[in-house]
Design a protein around this ligand. Structure first.
Ligand SMILES: [Zn+2]
Length: 466
């Protein structure tokens, strides 16, 4: 498998730290608002990588953090008149509901920042001892000039940072503009609301970047195999994650850095003021999870995904074709003759599976793999009406690919019709064979009322949902 590593910016063969296992960390949500669809594109990328490694037989351990304490959650909870915990619990639930709605597999651990403070304090303590951090007015800062490797991920140069724009508002107490907070001293408001932790250098709360440096290695050891996030996190967030961990412990933090590109809407960055801002719930009112997943799959993760109404409709059409294929395949199998399996067709199905793997092994090329799935579908249509066992094997191959992409695998949406409807279709078949057109038409109308449309083909009748 080859993965494009942001560290070094090149495709690299994937070699796990522990044979047969892959340990993945993915930056999670800040739970303060309804997540937009761009956020879910990154969580979806994590899901595809998770699922594909499982397909390859790896034991996957996945960790995703929940940022439940930062400026946005503290401000948001104050404005909502809720405690920080009530407020972040509410949006943590929204996040999990979104994962479930999109059929995203759960991670093994979702550590909350507020529950991982001791590990963060340990890093800060080490950084202070190593002389890489300093205390100013009860806050603790990382001194980027004391860590020579600073900038190795993003290519950011320190001189530019020294003379660049102001990085954040507490800059006045820092030694250099690029230094960043490891610990923020509690403000009077935070003290009043009880939002603080005790530390040897005073009451306060951890900076955002240090969460991930603490949580990844806590559950996954170091170096962890793969760290995933959106491209907007390369700098400063991921650069800082590396600096904190490696300067504290003198060990490598991460082997492979994977970054997903943005989702833009009608070619422009999503923004509430431009009216092109969509939450996942907005989308789920109009589209199924299969259609949304199909949209995400149809663009490679390192390319910008341009969300347009037309792109969404194309995705819906693509998903519908696959769903219809599954329904038809069931029908072909139900009507096929048993006989000797067709080695020629089985070889074709095997070849498609190899092509699917080649696409995914090449830096998770989902659009290419999706095309392979459609090719397998057209192979199957050409084989319709032939040997049963061969068709069943082809269905297993197709389902394996679809399920690796998390498509058409939820309970209750099986492509099978209820048995009584299948029976009616068979009765109509019999009526047609007996040239009893009146009866055949009556059954057709009855099924139509139930939302099932029938198409007659030489090899038999196929059904589809209206
Ligand atoms: Zn992170």
């Amino acid at each position: 498998m080859r993965i494009f590593n942001t560290m070094g910016r090149k495709l690299q063969e994937f070699i796990p730290v522990h044979k047969g296992e892959v340990r993945i960390y993915s930056c999670g949500p800040t739970v303060y608002a309804m997540p937009h669809i761009g956020n879910f594109r990154t969580f979806f990328l994590t899901d595809i990588i998770h699922r594909y490694f499982e397909y390859k037989g790896y034991k996957v351990t996945l960790v995703m953090n929940i940022t439940d304490i930062d400026d946005k959650t503290i401000r948001g909870s104050e404005a909502a008149g809720m405690t920080l915990k009530e407020f972040t619990d509410k949006y943590t639930k929204v996040f999990f509901d979104g994962l479930d709605a999109l059929n995203i597999l759960r991670a093994d651990h979702y550590p909350r920042a507020t529950e991982t403070v001791p590990e963060m304090l340990d890093i800060i303590q080490h950084l202070l001892e190593n002389g890489v951090a300093y205390i100013a007015n009860g806050s603790v800062y990382f001194s980027i000039h004391k860590f020579p490797a600073y900038g190795k991920l993003s290519g950011m140069d320190l001189d530019a940072l020294d003379h660049g724009h102001r990085v954040d508002s507490d800059e006045y107490e820092k030694d250099a503009p690029g230094d960043f907070a490891l610990w923020k001293a509690a403000t009077p408001d935070e003290l009043r609301r009880g939002i603080f932790f005790e530390a040897p250098w005073g009451k306060g709360r951890p900076g955002w970047h240090i969460e991930c440096s603490a949580m990844g290695p806590k559950y996954l050891g170091s170096p962890l195999d793969i760290h995933i996030g959106g491209v907007d996190l390369i700098f400063p967030h991921h650069e800082n994650e590396i600096a904190q961990f490696e300067a504290a412990y003198g060990k490598k933090f991460v082997n492979y850095w994977v970054h997903g590109e943005h989702l833009v809407v009608n070619g422009r960055k999503m923004s509430k003021s431009k009216g092109n801002y969509f939450t996942l719930n907005d989308l789920l009112k109009k589209y199924t999870y299969n259609e949304i997943r199909y949209l995400f799959l149809s663009t490679h993760y390192r390319d910008k995904l341009n969300y347009t109404e037309k792109a969404m409709q194309n995705a819906a059409k693509g998903a519908a074709k696959l769903e219809l294929a599954l329904q038809n395949l069931d029908f072909f199998i139900a009507n096929a003759k048993e006989g000797e399996s067709d080695s020629g067709f089985l070889a074709t199905a095997k070849q498609r599976r190899r092509e699917f793997e080649e696409a995914m092994d090449g830096d998770f090329n989902t659009p290419k793999a999706l095309r392979v799935i459609h090719e397998l579908v057209s192979d199957i249509y050409k084989y319709a009406g032939k040997e049963k066992g061969t068709l069943e094997t082809a269905r297993s191959t197709l389902l394996l690919m679809l399920h690796t992409f998390g498509l058409f695998e939820k309970e209750g949406e099986s492509s099978q019709l209820p048995a009584e409807l299948i029976k009616e279709i068979h009765e109509r078949e019999a009526a047609r064979a007996a040239k009893d057109w009146a009866k055949a038409d009556a059954i057709r109308s009855k099924l139509k009322e139930k939302g099932i449309l029938l198409d007659d083909f030489p090899e038999g009748t196929r059904w589809r949902r209206a």
